[in-house]
Design a protein around this ligand. Structure first.
Ligand code: DGY
Length: 465
């Protein structure tokens, strides 16, 4: 692949030379005053991003942000590793290793590794009662970006990465195998999520219809903590939270029997986000298998990839002109377009008979959002520009989408998304997500994955040529 671009050493020389105080003599040779200002601003943001990663570190893992999210979250942590890799490659590998300390005996890498009980977060380990691993964790998973991140880290420096890769490879295989067996309904190929939290896109309209069929009657009374940290208008509603809790209660009652939950549980939706991310991760894991000379594993991964087209066919919605989530209990597709629809390229999936339509949909959405990529179609009645996954733009999805688009030759769209990510951060700082209409920051501040995406991709000082 070799496409994980890195900051040039020269950039970091500048950054380290200027030290903690803004002394600009090192860049005074730049002739235009405006270039000096913008170079100074970029380097200042580089420094802030680096500080955010360091300040959110908690031993060998990193909190998404202090207060709102006091534990290790799965895909947050993996994106954060890409940020660390820009200045401390060993630390990046440690982030991956600590995530897998919470891996379940059945292969699942959990969406949260708790390690401790922090009353500032709900629902904590005593609510989940998940005992699949030696560490307390949640009972579901999250989008499996880890293998793709591991490939990036390895390719940055194979000599540093070899030993880490050898240790992590069987763990990654076990996790992918878990998805391909536990989260596929017999006869299907698209990957199901059995809790909106598993998708990472908690309150996306993609789940509205399926969630409406979850009856929350009888859940124990509870107090939300998230709305004590962040404006409730930027978070899921209470009706959604009740159902999130009901699904946790259901899983707990089954003893976290994942096969049963997928087959029989109250919520199972085929998710283009997880499906495409896993498809990419499978390809990356296969490349890593070949690096390690593990032909048998590579062949097993091929059997998973064999079903890719079938999965994409199931998720394609001609009426929307895009890939869409689909409720596995009712077979109904979502009613609107989410940003993850465009991860098909990232997945390595380009279907000529659909591409013109998909590109047309993307163009329409880019034209309606001054700051791409809105997590949900701004022209849809359920769009809400500041409410979490119902509209806001997220740096991590932008990174994945742009990467795939660039790989398939849609360079202008990829650059547009990267440029918008940069402008949102320059305008508002390192927020959890951004209003795609105004670029205003929303959700948690000093957010680790936004800082990481700045460092590895969005900063003008990062070489992505
Ligand atoms: C939360 O608590 O809001 C998280 O998104 C769950 O993963």
């Amino acid at each position: 692949m070799g496409h994980q671009k890195s900051r040039t050493n020269a950039n970091w020389t500048v950054l380290s030379e200027i030290g903690p105080s803004p002394a600009w003599s090192g860049v005074a040779l730049l002739s235009e005053k405006s270039s000096i200002t913008s170079a100074a601003r970029s380097i200042e943001l580089d420094r802030r991003a680096l500080t955010i990663l360091r300040q959110n570190e908690w031993g060998g893992y990193t909190l998404p942000t202090r207060g709102l999210y006091p534990y290790q979250w799965n895909w947050d942590s993996m994106f954060v590793a890409l940020g660390f890799a820009e200045f401390d490659l060993e630390r990046a590998w440690t982030e991956v290793e600590t995530l897998f300390e919470g891996q379940w005996a059945n292969g699942m890498a959990a969406h949260i590794v708790f390690r401790k009980d922090d009353p500032s977060y709900f629902p904590g380990p005593s609510i989940w009662q998940a005992e699949g691993s030696e560490l307390p964790t949640s009972g579901c998973s999250q989008p499996p970006v880890a293998s793709s991140v591991v490939r990036d880290l390895y390719e940055k420096d194979p000599a540093v990465g070899q030993e880490y890769l050898e240790k992590l490879f069987p763990k990654l295989m076990a996790w992918h195998r878990w998805f391909h067996t536990m989260r596929v309904i017999s006869g299907g190929a698209a990957i199901a999520v059995t809790h909106p939290w598993e998708s990472g896109r908690d309150n996306s309209p993609d789940w509205d219809a399926a969630l409406a069929n979850v009856d929350p009657t009888g859940i124990a009374t509870y107090t939300r903590r998230d709305t004590g940290h962040v404006d409730a208008a930027m978070r899921p509603t209470s009706a959604e939270y009740d159902r999130y809790l009901k699904l946790v209660e259901y899983g707990r009652q089954t003893g976290w029997d994942h096969a049963h939950i997928t087959r029989e549980g109250p919520f199972a939706v085929a998710d283009p986000g997880v499906t495409f991310i896993l498809m990419r991760a499978d390809r990356d894991l296969k490349a890593l298998a070949l690096v390690l000379g593990k032909e048998g594993s590579a062949r097993e991964i091929e059997t998973w990839l064999y079903h890719s087209e079938e999965a994409a066919d199931y998720l394609w919605c001609e009426e929307l002109g895009a890939y869409a989530a689909r409720d596995l209990r009712t077979d109904q597709p979502a009613t609107g377009v989410s940003s993850v629809a465009f991860l098909s390229y990232y997945a390595g999936m380009s279907v000529p008979r659909r591409d013109a339509k998909l590109q047309h949909t993307l163009r329409r959405i880019l034209n309606t959002a001054p700051y791409s990529l809105p997590s949900f179609d701004p022209e849809h009645s359920r769009f809400d520009s500041r409410r979490y996954w119902r509209g806001p733009a997220w740096a991590v999805v932008n990174f994945l989408a742009a990467r795939g688009l660039a790989e398939y030759g849609f360079a202008a769209k990829a650059e547009r998304i990267r440029g918008d990510t940069r402008r949102m951060i320059q305008k508002s700082g390192f927020f959890e997500y951004f209003d795609p209409l105004t670029g205003a920051g929303a959700g948690g501040d000093n957010f680790a994955w936004t800082a990481a995406m700045w460092l590895c991709w969005a900063s003008p000082t990062t070489d992505v040529s």
